[in-house]
Design a protein around this ligand. Sequence first.
Ligand SMILES: O=P(O)(O)OC[C@H]1O[C@H](OP(=O)(O)OP(=O)(O)O)[C@H](O)[C@@H]1O
Ligand SMILES: O=C(O)c1cc(=O)[nH]c(=O)[nH]1
Length: 238
Amino acid sequence: MASTEELPQWKTDLINLALQSNILTFGSFTLKSGRISPYFVNCGLFSRARLIRAISSAYAHTLDTHAKDTTGWGFDVLFGPAYKGIPLCATTCDKLASLDEGRWGEVGYSFNRKEVKDHGEGGLMVGEGLKGKRVVIIDDVITAGTAIKEAVSIIEQQGGTLVGIVVAVDRQEKMPAPKGESEEGKRGSAIGEVRRSLGVPVLAALTLGDLIKGMRDLGRGEEVSKMEEYYARYKPTE
Ligand SMILES: O=P(O)(O)OC[C@H]1O[C@H](OP(=O)(O)OP(=O)(O)O)[C@H](O)[C@@H]1O
Ligand SMILES: O=C(O)c1cc(=O)[nH]c(=O)[nH]1
């Protein structure tokens, strides 16, 4: 995955921040999909003021730019699936209002509980109601797309309409193999499948390609080789 195109400064800064804070790490990691990856993005570690400010700004800019470039596209609520989506939806809402209060000042946020609460106000959902609303899912990482499908089903149950998805990192991997089939076969990308099946834009602040480029610019050849090997193994057909 060789790219000669320069990364915009904000992407370079975000990658450097992720590296310095161990949000982007290298080793051997078992993913939700069961794949073993030589790199991992732990968005749970955007847990200090300047880090959460950086990632929420990246989400807000990605959404704001897409809205400005796409006539008629907008949203009412950011839905952050529990648990990692929770601080992301709240802080990105705040950043959107700072960016353009006239346009985004009334955007709401919403998240689910993993267990239904049976006392007090009760229920599964916290924050803005989704019924009749245009909803964007905000999540950390897309690998095989399973977590996103779970979030879509919650939005449908709550009567919302999904209009988009935004993630911090698109790992640019192929879809998982159907049960009983080998991982080795050719398949399209998880993000492409989500786009096609749901018919909504899927935006990412960073892609694996960006991470590779950022690491190459830092002279981290060993990590670049491992990421490229992994990419070659799980590379989608399109
Ligand atoms: O595209 P996928 O193959 O679904 O993988 C990506 C998802 O996997 C992880 O979630 P996990 O369920 O491990 O939960 P967490 O948010 O509690 O870490 C990660 O946070 C993503 O949301
Ligand atoms: O696929 C996953 O499970 C996954 C990958 C990754 O880079 N980060 C994460 O939190 N989960």
